[in-house]
Design a binder for this molecule. Sequence first.
Ligand code: GLC
Length: 570
Amino acid sequence: MPHENTATATLPSGHPRELASAPGSEWWRSAVIYQIYPRSFADASGDGIGDLAGITQRLESLANLGVDAVWLSPFFRSPQKDAGYDVSDYCDVDPIFGTLDDFDALRDRAHELGLRVIVDLVPNHCSSEHEWFQEAMAAGPGSPERDRFIFRPGTGDNGELPPNNWHSMFGGPAWTRTTNADGTPGDWYLHLFDSTQPDFDWTNPWVWEQFRQILRFWLDRGADGFRVDVAHGLMKAEGLPDIEEAAEEDSELAEGLMGSLEVPYWGQDTVHAVYRDWHAVLAEYEGDRVLCAEAWVEPLAKAALWVRPDEMHQAFNFSYLATPWLAPRLRDVITESLEAFTGVGAPSTWVLSNHDVVRHASRLGLAPYAAGPGAGIGPSSPEKPDAALGLHRARAATALMLALPGSAYLYQGEELGLPEVIELDDEYRQDPSFHRTGGEVYGRDGCRVPIPWEPDAPAFGFNTTGESWLPQPETFARFAHAAQADVEGSTLELYRLALALRAEHGFGLGTLTWLEGYADEVLAFRNGGVTVIANLGDAPVELPAGEVILASDPLEAGAVPSDTTVWVAA
Ligand code: GLC
């Protein structure tokens, strides 16, 4: 579909762009968005932690890959207790990542290369070192400062028990007791994540106003949108009722990143008013700015409520990510996704990997479903992935995903076929979920190891000093970007080709039609002028007539082998 621009405006960076596109053709409806995890992408300073200047230096490789936008995980001021998802100043860059000038330079370079920039907004909680929380602690019970957060007296005879039975997603109780100025034990505060991440009280208009200002700060600075962290959690059920026993057991991270979804803090109806408010703020700005919800809710019809016309624009499709590699299940989730999101006029999104889940090149090499999404895999996990099978399936899974209508999210390193790092010694692990569960949950460090750029350089080209905040395994050499660039059949070249063809054939704004007459283990559909066959069964599948424009792995005797996806133009 042609891009019909109504006018152009000039960004603070001096870069012109559209004011607003005709409804239905906004860039985000079909965009492929690449997640950069700043700690682990590229490190210009050489201190072993990636930074904004490092990202800027490497941005051209993403333009060459063919993505439309980058989403940057948090780079704001933070004590880094949850890798930046514990923000102590929303409107400044943490010195480990650089400065606001570095952000401006990154934004300018990205826009010059035609890449949009999405920043990560963390509205459910801040860091306990944020001045708002420090002020609340100092002001004491009953103060307006305390009303910014969720402080409650404890239960039990002397308030020694937490106010309710909620768990932290990272293990242990979701409440921490405070100490009064006179040294006596005080009220408790709620933290659905780490104890250093106090939850805001979103029933307080003061909180709404702070976040409007934060949105404007980044919009004024030329951000093209926001990925909204824990977007299903801001509002808690009135009275903070206990979790019912049935859901209690699996309400922790060990069962999946967000635990049970049937709990009084996820997916409350009242949360939607917040996003209507933000939608209006974004609409004040030129360009098609975007809000994308990290909302772990089920079923998909519920997730679609986050992207009604006056709310967010996209929501991550975690139902798709969590679907095992089984054709009937995938067919159902694809059909349901398209129905649910189309039903509210939004695109579906698709995602296989991110910084919170086991990388799909490893996940798909496990029997379905050995590791819950956020649980991670480590040296003593009962089941280890079959690496070759995992990569083979991951390539097929990506070729399937990139042929679907809608918008797709990629996580840094997946274009290299990077596996989860499993052999990571406990001493290096930093994920709070590892520490809060006494090591029972390995957590997410294995998908966060700095990515390899060069096969033979220090830290595989992540920097020039060889430092790395998580150790990189020797096996990273063969996955390095430079070892795959221009190498026929490499995973990097598969992604590049898939993205170019996806754009050429307009898959993002296309329509999916399932094809009849294939075995149950085969996904077969048309999108535009292309037939897509993903063979998840054992028996080879006959190629349809036409020109094979993409194959996730070599074909055998003119047929589509097991765990292989082909695109055929006809
Ligand atoms: C989101 C982030 C995750 C973080 C959590 C708490 O799920 O993706 O990395 O730990 O929120 O902010």
